[in-house]
Design a protein around this ligand. Structure first.
Ligand code: IPD
Ligand code: CA
Ligand code: CA
Length: 266
């Protein structure tokens, strides 16, 4: 593997450059367009930030591949894949809500080795390196010690096609609500997972996310001692369509049990 310090520096620089762009245009009048789904927005800042990140990566590592939300630059054979969400939380961003971030994960031979999630508006930088722990602004973080669902604060998100109840996403939400549990919806999957990693939440679930939403966050969570699976408790892939992430305590199985009920009549 290449020099990890050089990879880290490029990742940190790219996240800083994206964060500078986020703050330069935050609360300003910016060009916004819609993707296939009416609520799925992309702004000029998403595009500018992704272009800047790709430029920085290519200037140091021209032989690497990049998978970005706004552009798939994968053209060559490479052991390295940078997975980039230039703004996670774009809808929040366009409404001047300070819950958004840039998320960059790096895979080497298919395994995540480093990841960063940087929230410019709150000044929080989450970072992890495989086998070396997870950090928030340089301080090591750990998941919470809460054991059971009854004591938990949950967080979730909805896919842009939620109105069609895609993969029972509405049913899952209702099933957790019916248990009387507190649930939050931040609007940024990457931050949902990082806030779980640093002990603010106990569990997170969502359907139909993409690799760029979760790549960095999942490494940060597992390095903070958390657990990530699909809804059946099977090994998780960032290219899969269901994510159940938790602090890894008994409540992970309790979450699986609740999530399974939506499929009973299928
Ligand atoms: C979205 C956010 C949101 C999640 C959506 C994602 P975007 O990403 O992570 O929390 O619920 O499913 O698509 O569009 O802001 O990059
Ligand atoms: Ca995203
Ligand atoms: Ca995005």
């Amino acid at each position: 593997m290449k020099d990890i310090e050089k990879l880290k520096k490029v990742m940190f620089d790219a996240a800083d450059e994206a964060s500078n762009l986020h703050m330069e245009y935050f609360e300003k009048d910016i060009a916004i367009s819609r993707k296939q789904n009416y609520s799925d927005l992309v702004t000029e800042v998403d595009k500018k930030a992704e272009t800047k990140i790709a430029e920085l990566i290519y200037s140091s590592f021209p032989d690497h591949n990049i998978l970005g939300e706004e552009g798939d630059y994968r053209k060559k054979e490479s052991d390295y894949l940078w997975i980039v969400d230039p703004i996670d939380g774009t809808v929040n961003y366009t409404h001047s809500i300070p819950i958004f971030c840039v998320s960059i994960g790096l895979e080497y031979k298919g395994e995540l080795i480093i990841g960063i999630v940087q929230s410019a508006a709150t000044g929080e930088k989450f970072y992890a390196e495989k086998g070396k722990g997870a950090f928030l602004n340089g301080k090591q973080i750990k998941v919470s010690n809460i054991e059971y669902l009854k004591d938990s604060l949950l967080v979730t998100g909805f896919p842009y096609g939620a109105k069609d109840n895609s993969d029972h996403c509405i049913d899952h939400f209702v099933n957790f609500l019916k248990l009387g549990l507190p649930i939050r919806r931040l609007g940024s999957a990457a931050l949902d997972i990082c806030w779980l990693a640093c002990g603010r939440f106990e569990a997170f679930w969502e359907v139909n996310l993409n690799a760029w939403d979760v790549a960095a966050g999942c490494l940060i969570l597992t390095e903070a001692g958390g657990r990530v699976t699909n809804f059946k408790g099977e090994p998780y892939s960032i290219y899969g369509k269901q994510i159940l992430a938790s602090n890894g305590k008994s409540l992970h199985k309790e979450m699986m049990d609740v999530l399974s009920t939506a499929y009973l009549n299928d």
